[in-house]
Design a protein around this ligand. Structure first.
Ligand code: FNR
Length: 363
């Protein structure tokens, strides 16, 4: 690996932009529609102010967190994103290695280019969760669940904000850089070999279950003993429904501004959802988290863990597994410092009173 060492996330981003072919950079960066929500995700964090407590003993700061039953070095983990082979030849194996060496957690995407088994072999001790795409044939879904279980994935993530896949606009079929990529956690032996072909598009359309509904979540609950997380919830009503059907976690998310444009920043949607679930399940957030102070704000607003999407892709593109590790370390160090400066020596010291929305100061 090249010698890359940055103290700012921005530097990983610029190096990634320089290194990646332009079609990949655009695929990673672009939001849906007019891009209102993607901008709002980052802007919204800046509208919260931190109100630190002073004269506390912060000589030792402990950022360790328990998430879905696993002990992590920090409450920052990796959101599922597709096609890591476009960022680095080692693909998701590099991401898993970086995550494991930082003792964080990694959600592997169904649109990943490396198999679940490869991930287990490459980073056997890493905490790993699998974002599952349901198949029309329940036996095939069961097979994926069994593979995940055998490969040491301890939770299934269902992405619930994507009722309609646009298979004809897949990166594999539209991007030159995506030639030859595989989707080994989504397709089966009967898939056409060439992922760029119209036959492949038709295959996905025939096999992938869409839209999924609450009945599918109930089915999943009956068919796996792994923990279940629903990702992409924005309303308190849906959060309550999720609790009712017995999931273990909710990730408040707008898909990094890549699905319905015009929805609120996920950090703004978080507090209502935390209130609605009343501690019955774990609540996470992703979207626009770029600094340790963003993490601190999210924790104060009730998230148990925050997830990062694009920053990991920047680290991966800039410096492979080491880059992923460095990006995670950066978040950890920034969180550690922010906690000390805010008077918090452990995560349980981070209280809602630590954040105030800017509107409080403006009237
Ligand atoms: C994503 N995201 C995503 N989410 C998901 O549930 N399944 C997926 O396959 C993908 N794929 C994907 C690809 C790319 C290139 C990006 C940028 C994002 C969304 C992802 O999990 C997460 O919600 C956002 O990326 C979080 O926002 P930030 O951190 O990128 O601002």
């Amino acid at each position: 690996a090249s010698q890359v060492s940055f103290s700012r996330l921005e530097d990983f981003k610029s190096l990634a932009k320089k290194r990646l072919p332009s079609d990949v950079w655009e695929y990673y960066s672009f939001p849906s529609c007019n891009g209102f929500t993607i901008q709002e995700n980052e802007r919204a964090f800046q509208r919260y102010r931190l109100l630190p407590r002073v004269l506390r003993d912060v000589s030792r700061v402990d950022t360790t967190a328990t998430v879905l039953g696993s002990q992590l070095d920090m409450p920052v983990a990796i959101a599922p994103t597709a096609h890591h082979s476009l960022a680095h030849p080692d693909g998701e194996k590099a991401t898993a290695t970086g995550a494991a060496s930082a003792n964080s957690a990694f959600v592997l995407s169904s649109f990943a280019n490396c198999s679940m088994e490869d991930i287990a072999q490459t980073a056997p001790h890493g905490v790993r969760w699998f974002y599952l795409i349901l198949q029309n044939d329940p036996d095939r879904t069961r097979e994926l669940l069994q593979r995940a279980e055998r490969a040491g994935f301890t939770a299934i993530w269902l992405t619930v904000d994507q009722p309609r896949f646009q298979f004809q606009h897949r990166p594999e079929s539209e991007m030159k850089s995506a030639e030859g990529v595989r989707l080994p956690n989504l397709t089966f032996d009967d898939a056409p070999g060439d992922a760029r072909s119209p036959e492949f598009t038709a295959y996905l359309r025939d096999n992938v279950k869409q839209p999924i509904t609450w009945d599918d979540v109930v089915w999943l609950r009956k068919n796996t003993s792994l923990k279940i997380v629903l990702k992409g919830i924005l309303s308190a009503e849906d959060a309550k429904e999720a609790v009712k059907v017995g999931v273990d976690g909710i990730c408040v998310s707008n898909h990094g501004g890549r699905q319905l444009d015009g929805v609120p920043a996920s950090i703004d949607a978080l507090p209502d959802i935390v209130r609605a679930v009343g501690g019955k399940v774990e609540v996470y957030v992703d979207g626009g988290v770029r600094t340790g102070t963003d993490v601190l704000k999210a924790l104060a607003l009730g998230a148990r863990c925050v997830f990062i999407g694009r920053p990991v892709l920047w680290g991966l593109a800039a410096n492979g597994a080491e880059g992923v590790h460095q990006v995670l370390q950066l978040f950890k160090e920034q969180l550690n410092l922010a906690m000390a400066q805010a008077g918090c020596s452990q995560l349980s010291d981070i209280k809602p009173s630590l954040v105030i929305h800017e509107s409080y100061y403006l009237h």
